[in-house]
Design a protein around this ligand. Structure first.
Ligand code: NI
Length: 219
């Protein structure tokens, strides 16, 4: 990476840190920072263009659809506006917008539209933050922010076949493990991402087993 590119990355990180510090739903600056760190590790191992990877990772949640009534066009637009404002060329902006547009999980049965290696790296980095100990914490934090129950034993997990159905789901936080988090390990794009996902996935299964055993007074 050139010195100019490094400066742009740092400028973008500073901007996001200022804008998203104290955001309380799990999509705060520290999520962006963790995804950025994961993306550096995966992208270097996979030989990706690190300028695109790092910008894409930093900007991937700049305007999440979950906070904008399910509107998927807000993220790419806001990312594009930021990159234009700091003088990034058009071709690079299009690459980043493609990543921001396709990064999110949209339901168990919905096809992944990510085409570039850099996008696949960012998607793996983001998914990795949705698997493991931090994922457990984030799931209940996010559920709490939406008034969801920790668990509802009368409810059955749903495999959402459309983004619409996934978006409007009202299942409990624990069901989110079955509807999304346990599926992510097998959805990783890169060999490096798959490897990193295994340990985290194992931990999450342990957590849910313990949770359900305690729920039934068995442990
Ligand atoms: Ni994210």
């Amino acid at each position: 990476m050139t010195q100019d590119q490094e400066k742009i990355i740092q400028q973008t990180a500073d901007h996001l840190r200022e804008k998203f510090t104290g955001e309380g739903t799990g999509h705060d600056w520290w999520h962006m920072k963790r995804v950025w760190d994961n993306a550096k590790r995966i992208g270097q191992a996979e030989g990706a263009d690190m300028f695109i990877v790092e910008l894409g990772a930093l900007l991937h949640d700049i305007a999440d659809w979950k906070d904008h009534d399910g509107d998927l066009s807000v993220g790419p637009r806001v990312a594009g506006e930021w990159l234009t404002s700091i003088g990034i060329d058009r071709e690079t902006i299009e690459k980043i917008k493609h990543i921001v547009e396709n990064v999110s999980f949209k339901g168990a049965g919905v096809k992944n539209g990510m085409a570039s290696l850099e996008g696949k790296v960012v998607q793996d980095a983001d998914r990795l933050d949705a698997i493991g100990a931090i994922a457990v914490a984030r799931t209940f934090t996010w559920g709490g922010s939406r008034g969801r129950l920790l668990y509802d034993p009368d409810f059955k997990a749903e495999m959402h076949e459309s983004f619409e159905a996934y978006k409007n789901s009202t299942s409990s936080s624990l069901h989110h493990f079955y509807e999304k988090l346990f599926l992510l390990k097998d959805m990783m794009n890169t060999a490096t991402g798959k490897k990193l996902a295994e340990d985290r996935d194992r931990f999450m299964h342990q957590f849910v087993d313990q949770f359900l055993a305690e729920w039934d007074g068995k442990r």
